[in-house]
Design a protein around this ligand. Sequence first.
Ligand code: SF4
Length: 280
Amino acid sequence: MGYYSRARNLHKGAQQVVSQFGGQIPRTPDEIRSISGIGPYSAGAILSIAFDVREPAVDGNVIRVFTRLDANGDDVTKTPVVKALTTRVRSTIPEAAGDFNQALMELGALVCRPDNPLCDNCPVQAFCAAYAQGNPEQYPVKGKRTEVKDLPLWVALVQNPDGQWLVQRQEQGGIFKGLWCFPLMPPQAQITPEAGLQTHLQTLLGIPVQVNTQLAEITHTLTHRHMRMQVYTCTVTESPPLNEGLAWVTPGHHPDHAMPIAHQKITRFVQAHPLLLLLA
Ligand code: SF4
């Protein structure tokens, strides 16, 4: 049900099951796919394992097993190739669909491993074209990896007179939606980070904000993004009332304000280097 959005999808999906399907998990591919966050793999896994519906659950393990069985050299990063593999897997599913799909998953995870597959102990060795060719590890064929894009950000560590830090709930769509981050903004052309953050923070807080020197650059890599967060310490001389979506929190102790790993890294860095914070 997603990775970054899993909890939100799980909650929304449960509500859909109650409101649209009378509290019963639907048993057809189209219906179950209409539930928030359920894609082809989850649909196939749920339908086959829970209800023995003959639907494939094609993940990386299953792709590896079938490309090796067929010595299939097509690029498995291409959608049409995965669709064709899904059709191929579907054509092999017996009535005991749940057992079959789970056996395939186990075969891929424990025997037909990415490296050093245990072909001598493999129950389907007799049908395996890659084994016959002597080159199982050449499958599956994967094309160019998805490019990881650079994502520079200016991040503000705003501390109030009580030693609390300002965090902001991320409202726009995106991976951090609903989580609390230190105020941030993308770099702006022809303006310094200090000036950009000062304007941004004054708009948020409605009072003057002192932006100090850069504290550090903290990096964090997500699946498709390499975040480079230039962190600036900032100070305010008072704690104004905050608008919705802003909060003052105690560093490292904010159970009601879930923070993404990238920003937890900033917290850990600052706590490990308290002198830097004083000098900045
Ligand atoms: S014989 Fe080897 S390569 Fe073929 S399916 Fe079994 S473990 Fe995989």
